[in-house]
Design a protein around this ligand. Structure first.
Ligand SMILES: Cc1cc2nc3c(=O)[nH]c(=O)nc-3n(C[C@H](O)[C@H](O)[C@H](O)COP(=O)(O)OP(=O)(O)OC[C@H]3O[C@@H](n4cnc5c(N)ncnc54)[C@H](O)[C@@H]3O)c2cc1C
Length: 444
């Protein structure tokens, strides 16, 4: 199969890399692409919704999974779905929600593939309750660098399975995923909105309330100063019950598209201040508001190509997790460092995390995760290095699926199971056939 040469990026549009794209129509074509002895390296790519360079491979092969998108089997008694890895989450919801099933864990966009979600071991607003997607995966079929297709589960090829959950595509190509869906009675979420006055109240509200809810998430006002420092708007939700307005279908959301790259400078301190003030004050504290799943889980998906508002240079998302016991100290220092730098994030989202899925390179740990979107400016990289130091100081870590700039030294310190993962990688891929720009950058 002949590749197409193309310049690619992740969702943050930084960095870009010229790659050779292969687009197999079916699983049986994958072995013909991974040409042994061709001296080319490969990485799988879903829909490019990771932010940085995880699915880029400069001057090497990128295998697009989008055509391998068939449902293979479904058991309506157990909710176990087997599908090809390129299936988009949006398709799973479209077919299975009307039958009373929803994703067990979902990231903040539905435009990504199930295979990539396993490779990133994605988490959602229910991590404090249910953990990450890896907890729901029964089995994967993996195309390994030797050309063999192997099954992995918590019973079979366990090490390889746990190195692949959160392994960022570096153990091979996930061809199929078998996982458990969640039974639901409604397409709506019953949401309580809470406004907090400062960081202490924000964290205290999570601690006090989130055991009562399947989902919790907070938006932080990073520009608030003085006594309002760390204030936010928290959303706590449960799947609605019958009688609470419970159809399994919702009205089709109207989508808008950002038609061009915004000019530089539109997102500045003053426009952000206005946005934050309006957002904080317009959302009134409310109880038991019924919100359809699209609005609750995927508010950004309504605006197609919203990454263009950051302009041609793109943007960086910094997502870290800090252990629970150091969270007040670490989050205060992170917000202080942002304030001092004068570079403000457009979005700041806080979630509580529970236990890890066992994925050897998985990101989550018990504590708090903060995700910050920064427009790309030269000195933003210095700020993010400062944030790394704060995160390292409390033994936290940065999420690889969002990263575009972490150093190999910081990465090693943040991921203490790296040695174990590298032994498994060396066993399955001694020639380093599967490589990405992320892997080269951080030394995976
Ligand atoms: C608006 C938005 C919100 C998000 N919210 C969250 C969130 O709440 N939680 C969260 O965890 N993430 C979140 N993400 C990140 C995103 O959901 C994940 O990175 C997801 O895995 C991207 O899917 P993709 O198909 O676009 O994969 P890509 O970006 O194309 O690839 C991501 C990684 O998966 C690997 N991969 C892809 N397919 C395969 C395969 N078949 N076999 C092996 N490896 C593969 C790639 O090599 C790469 O390392 C968010 C992203 C966006 C844009």
């Amino acid at each position: 199969m002949q590749p197409v040469e193309q310049s690619l990026s992740g969702w943050g549009r930084f960095p870009r890399a010229r790659c050779s794209l292969y687009r197999p129509e079916r699983i049986s074509e994958v072995p013909q692409i991974i040409g042994f002895g061709r001296n080319e390296k490969y990485i799988a790519r879903g829909y490019g919704r990771s932010y940085g360079d995880a699915s880029l491979n400069h001057d090497n092969g990128v295998v697009l999974m989008e055509r391998m998108d068939r449902f293979l089997s479904f058991d309506p008694d157990t909710g176990i779905l087997r599908c090809e890895a390129g299936v988009q989450l949006a398709e799973i919801i479209k077919y299975f929600l009307p039958q009373g099933w929803f994703l067990p864990v979902t990231p903040g966009t539905k435009f990504c593939s199930i295979g990539a979600c396993v490779a990133c071991d994605v988490h959602g607003k229910n991590h404090h309750k249910d953990g990450s997607l890896g907890n729901f995966v029964e089995e994967i079929r993996l195309f390994t660098p030797s050309g063999e297709v192997v099954r992995g589960s918590r019973k079979e090829n366990v090490d390889l399975f746990l190195a692949t959950i959160g392994g960022m595509g570096l153990t091979g190509i996930i061809l199929e995923v078998t996982f458990r869906l969640r039974p639901v009675k409604s397409a709506y979420i019953s949401v309580d909105y809470i406004r907090t006055k400062d960081l202490d109240e924000t964290l205290a509200s999570f601690e006090e309330l989130d055991s009562q809810y399947t989902y919790s998430v907070g938006w932080l006002d990073c520009l608030a100063r003085g006594p309002s420092f760390g204030r936010g708007l928290l959303m706590f939700g449960n799947h609605a019950e019958p009688g609470e307005l419970s159809p399994l279908r919702t009205k089709k959301a109207r989508l808008v598209t950002v038609p061009f790259d915004f000019p530089p400078g539109i997102l500045n301190k003053y426009s952000l201040q206005i946005f934050n003030l309006l957002y904080y004050n317009m959302q009134k504290p409310r109880k038991k508001t019924l919100v359809d799943y699209d609005k609750f889980f995927y508010p950004l998906d309504k605006v197609l190509q919203w990454n263009r508002i950051y302009g041609k240079k793109g943007f960086l998302q910094y997502q870290c997790v800090v252990p629970r016991k150091s969270s007040v100290d670490a989050l205060t220092r992170i917000l202080e460092a942002i304030k001092k730098s004068g570079i403000f994030p457009f979005l700041a989202v806080l979630k509580r995390m529970g236990s890890s899925s066992g994925g050897i390179l998985s990101f989550p740990m018990p504590g708090y995760t903060l995700a910050l979107d920064f427009p790309f400016k030269n000195n933003v990289l210095d700020l993010l290095t400062t944030l790394d130091e704060i995160v390292l100081g409390v033994r936290g870590r940065v999420y690889l699926a969002k990263d575009a700039r972490l150093s190999p030294e910081s990465f090693k310190l943040m991921y203490p199971n790296l040695d174990r993962w590298q032994k498994i990688k060396a066993g399955v891929d001694p020639q380093d056939v599967f490589v990405s720009d992320l892997a080269k950058r951080v030394g995976l």
